[in-house]
Design a protein around this ligand. Structure first.
Ligand code: SAH
Length: 510
């Protein structure tokens, strides 16, 4: 998953809950036995689970061999059927928990948890999920970043070559008090079922769409909107897109809900421009969806799993809806990247602001700024903020957001951060603080080099991928920075994802 903006959402979701078509048991069809591998495909084995992958699979050990077992939890001894094997690891399916040990297994409240795949951790108690997310961050920092972490054993950081530097503090994950019903956006694939048009999620490991009415991590308003749109489409005989033939009209229904204003948006993603009975459809949606402020159409005719096409227009109402985070208003257009968990976003951005330690006189760069969310958060506390982002529409939104909030000390540029930053450097812009919030693949090496040349006093790194974060922190450390604090934030409860914000300080200034 590379992009966070537009075509793919930050957390890679392509349905109301599910990650499209990903086969968790991938690699089937390989050899059924391999020299030096103690298990064979089809065999039932007992294994101890010693860890959890970020995909939520249990990491099992059978005679020293690693077997990833979905649904199995750390601390358990399970029986698993081997589904695929490779030289260094294999995959299995849990058939039985033999000994639950110290695991914190709970019964997943969602009735479709097993077939959906959108959540990976519902079977683990929430407090334990938060611990595992922190553990995942610590492991990456130690293994990939070779960083000494406070409170962790020396063995983990052996070979790090660190002298007497103070260890990195990794705080406990900031979780939600009520970790359900948090998502403000749903992307629902539409298809054919027994009774006609259906919409829900891609069944795990297949391209089949399963009808779904309830999703426990989705805000109820979104469920209500999706239900109303599906009913209206059925009533008017709108055809569903058929992924095999490329015929049929309605491909996706994308809905958003802004909790602070109550506004809702519906985007109909269609295979062609013409919508038969468009006015009746709009009328029914307006009648049945409270708070509806925007109905848009996006045309996507390509045979691709990518949700949106290039053409978007308003069918009724506004082209944006408004939401507020931490007292700042944001206009959100159909394809804008906007954090999906507003409650946790405030916590994440507030940490970023805290780590930036601004006094009001600083020049700040916000690289990978999206629609300017972090930039606007920082602007109140800085002299001047420069935001850079590769997607032109996002920068249009960012400028509009600055204007709505009457924030004048921000400037936005379109382009790749790694190309724009050297330009700014040439223009004599010397940031005191640089904030980066890159997509999953992390920062471009050229950007890291520029940061090391600019030598800001502080760097704040916001990341959705602990492994690329750890890689980049190592580069920054080698270039003279010290990672001080790391704060994991649970933006996506019950999924394997974890968001992290880190503070770094230039050693020469200590
Ligand atoms: N900070 C924002 C957005 C973070 S998402 C927020 O919290 O809302 C990461 C952003 O980086 C996306 O908007 C993506 O379009 C952008 N991006 C990806 N590659 C980039 C690059 N090379 N230069 C600048 N921006 C990039």
């Amino acid at each position: 998953m590379s992009g966070k903006y537009g075509k793919r959402s930050k957390d890679g979701r392509d349905s109301m809950r599910g990650t499209k078509g990903e086969n968790k048991f991938g690699g089937r069809g390989g050899a059924s036995s391999l020299a030096g591998v103690p298990v064979a495909v089809g065999q039932r084995v007992e294994c101890e689970i010693i860890g959890l992958t970020h995909e939520g699979e249990g990491v099992g050990r059978v005679e020293g061999y690693t077997l990833f077992v979905r649904d199995a939890l750390p601390g358990e001894r399970v029986r698993a059927e081997v589904l695929s094997i490779g030289k260094s690891f294999g995959r299995g399916r849990m058939t039985e928990v033999l000994d639950a040990g110290v695991s914190r297994r709970v019964s997943p409240p969602c009735p479709i948890y097993d077939s959906c795949g959108g959540c990976q951790l519902q079977h683990l108690g929430y407090a334990e999920q938060l611990k595992w997310k922190r553990r995942h961050v610590v492991d990456n920092l130690a293994r990939i970043g070779k960083l000494p972490v406070a409170g962790e054993t020396r063995e983990m950081i052996e070979g790090s070559g660190e002298g007497e530097r103070p260890p990195v503090i990794v705080h406990p994950t900031i979780g939600m008090d009520e970790p359900w019903r948090y998502r403000n956006k749903a992307q629902v694939p539409i298809g054919f079922g027994d009774g006609g048009l259906i919409g829900g999620f891609y069944e795990m490991g297949s391209n089949d769409i399963v009808e779904m009415d309830a999703c426990l991590i989705q805000q109820e308003e979104n469920e209500e909107t999706v239900r109303a749109v599906k009913e209206a489409a059925r009533l008017l005989g709108v055809s569903a897109y058929n992924r095999a033939t490329g015929r049929g009209l309605l491909r996706h229904v994308v809905v958003r809900h802004a909790r602070t204003t109550g506004q809702r948006m519906v985007v109909l993603v269609t295979n062609g421009r013409d919508i038969p009975h468009a006015q009746e459809l709009i009328g029914l949606i307006r009648e049945r969806v409270p708070g509806i402020a925007s109905i848009c159409q996006n045309v996507q005719t390509a045979a691709t799993p990518v949700v949106f096409g290039d053409e978007t227009h308003v069918l009724w109402g506004e082209e944006v809806i408004y939401d507020e985070i931490g007292g700042i208003a944001f206009a959100i257009s159909p394809r804008s990247f906007f954090q999906v968990n507003p409650e946790q976003t405030v916590r994440l951005y507030s940490k970023a602001v805290e780590y930036a330690a601004l006094t009001g006189t600083e020049t700040v760069v916000d690289a990978y700024c999206g629609i300017g969310t972090i930039s606007l958060f920082l602007a109140k506390h800085a002299d001047r903020v420069y935001g850079v982002e590769i997607i032109p529409e996002a920068i249009e939104d960012a400028r509009r957001n600055a204007a709505i909030n009457e924030i004048a000390n921000v400037e936005f540029a379109v382009g790749a951060a790694e190309l724009v930053m050297p330009r700014w450097q040439a223009e004599g812009i010397t940031p005191d603080v640089i904030v980066v919030d890159p997509p999953r693949k992390g920062c471009d090496p050229a950007l890291i080099s520029t940061m090391l040349e600019l030598k800001p006093e502080r760097i704040v790194y916001v990341s959705c991928n602990p492994s690329t974060l750890a890689r980049d922190l190592r580069l920054l450390e080698d270039g003279g920075y010290r990672t001080v604090e790391v704060q994991p934030v649970d933006m996506f409860p019950h999924t394997g994802h974890v968001e992290v914000v880190c503070s770094l300080i230039y050693k020469g200034l200590e």
